[in-house]
Design a protein around this ligand. Structure first.
Ligand SMILES: Cc1cc2nc3c(=O)[nH]c(=O)nc-3n(C[C@H](O)[C@H](O)[C@H](O)COP(=O)(O)OP(=O)(O)OC[C@H]3O[C@@H](n4cnc5c(N)ncnc54)[C@H](O)[C@@H]3O)c2cc1C
Length: 404
């Protein structure tokens, strides 16, 4: 066992996946998360996990935890169809299956469930209520992370996995910008449990992801999360040490529009109650197919929250040091191709591999440079692809050039 010690700022999907990989490899790791508890904030929304994400989770998780992830994920198939606002089919798309992966490489999970699985076995490594404010490095390369409560932690490497507003990125790469992509989303859930609820949603709208596009490129995205067994049954059967919160089937129902089409300021939007957000959504889909309006009107108001879509602006590589970045902290992207989390999971898998090499004697700087070169390639490709598709389909702002 090496004496490499890794500090991760941010215990979201990417940071926890990295922590799992390092823990499994016997590398010393500590995660510092600003939220006071694991259950803080609304984290119970749908995340689509594609073959990159599944491959990453398979590589880092202990087998029972991976089995539990696969068993608690919905398996909605591979259809990504688009309809107009009167539900006429515009475009049918079937994604190719990855035959060796659960769900053919197309799964839909509840974010909270995935986080509970990713937290398993990490009790000693997790530090909640630790908001990183800044870091400093000494001549030997050791990094000290400083937290809002005045405490600090020192390690050989600091990974900024602290999401879109990353404090690590702001200090380390002030040239790396995050900009408003021009879109606002209203995320909500419709209960799908029981025959009556299921009957409200025609089967053709229950693919992996369905986009309904209306006037002015306003859109509604629909995506089911349907479980095959209860959380308790699955964990009792596969990984009794992992405690999961209950959940029931739902349809993620997301309204989106360009910010100019939302008849209020961001400040007003973010101050609205769930019922007000639902009324706003209904006013913006007036005249659309009654079946679709019926689905929107069945959103649980308590589940609705607004999102201001942001994107990173790709930057050129930088000088490698003992600080690096992962996930949304470096390549946040619009949800247009649904791969933000999957790219963060891929980062975690690739970085785990490089840090295992460093623990085995490869110079740390060389290992981190190899990670950064690979991640900058596929990470910013995904940012560009998301921005391109988002622009064509729903009017996302084009990516500014790095100089703008
Ligand atoms: C509603 C919604 C639906 C989405 N659906 C999909 C999907 O279907 N598929 C997909 O691939 N992606 C999806 N995404 C995107 C995806 O959630 C993100 O890309 C992913 O969570 C990025 O992981 P991360 O670990 O980089 O960041 P996060 O998961 O955001 O984690 C960052 C963590 O850092 C913590 N933190 C922040 N600042 C500090 C600090 N200073 N100190 C310590 N801790 C800090 C935060 O509290 C958080 O826990 C969705 C996003 C949203 C909002």
């Amino acid at each position: 066992m090496s004496d490499l010690h890794v500090i991760i700022a941010g215990g979201g999907l990417g940071g926890l996946t990295l922590a799992q990989g390092l823990h499994r490899a016997g590398i010393s790791v500590a995660v510092y998360e600003k939220d006071p508890t694991a259950a803080f904030r609304n984290q119970g929304y749908r995340i689509r996990i594609n073959s990159d994400g599944i491959t990453a989770l398979k590589a880092v998780l202990m087998p029972p935890a991976f089995e539990l992830f696969a068993a608690t994920a919905g398996n909605p198939g591979s259809r990504m169809d688009a309809f107009d606002h009167q539900l006429n089919l515009l475009h049918a798309q079937e994604l190719p299956p990855a035959p060796d992966l659960p769900g053919g490489g197309h799964l839909a999970v509840n974010r909270m469930t995935l986080r509970q699985i990713l937290l398993s076995g990490l009790d000693k490594a997790m530090h909640h209520g630790a908001r990183l404010t800044h870091y400093d490095t000494d001549r030997s390369g050791a990094v000290t992370a400083h937290f809002a409560d005045g405490s600090s932690a020192t390690g050989d490497v600091l990974i900024g996995a602290d999401g879109v507003n990353s404090a690590v990125r702001k200090q380390y790469l002030p040239q790396a910008r995050v900009v408003d992509a021009g879109l606002r989303l209203l995320y909500g859930k419709v209960k799908l449990a029981g025959d009556e609820a299921r009957a409200l949603v025609p089967p053709e709208l229950l693919g992996l992801w369905t986009t309904v596009i209306g006037p002015g490129k306003r859109f509604v995205g629909l995506a089911p999360v349907q479980y095959r067994e209860s959380m308790h049954q699955a964990s009792a059967r596969l990984a009794p040490d992992i405690e999961l919160s209950d959940d029931s089937d739902y349809l993620a129902c997301v309204f989106g529009a360009r910010r100019e089409q939302i008849p209020c300021t961001d400040e007003e939007l973010f101050a609205m109650t769930g019922a007000e957000l639902q009324a706003l959504t209904l006013s913006l889909v007036e005249g659309w197919h009654p079946g679709l309006v019926g689905i929107v009107s069945r959103q649980d108001p308590a589940s609705i929250f607004p999102v201001s879509v942001r994107t990173s602006v790709p930057v050129a590589g930088w000088k490698t040091t003992s600080v690096t970045l992962l996930g949304d902290a470096i390549h946040v992207m619009s949800p247009a191709i649904g791969v933000g989390a999957n790219t963060a999971l891929r980062d975690a898998r690739v970085l785990t591999g490089r840090l295992v090499q460093a623990a085995g004697g490869r110079p740390l700087a060389e290992a981190l440079r190899a990670y950064e070169e690979e991640m900058i390639g596929y990470g910013f490709d995904a940012v560009r692809e998301s921005a391109g598709r988002g622009h064509r389909l729903v009017g996302q702002d084009p990516l500014p050039s790095p100089q703008e």
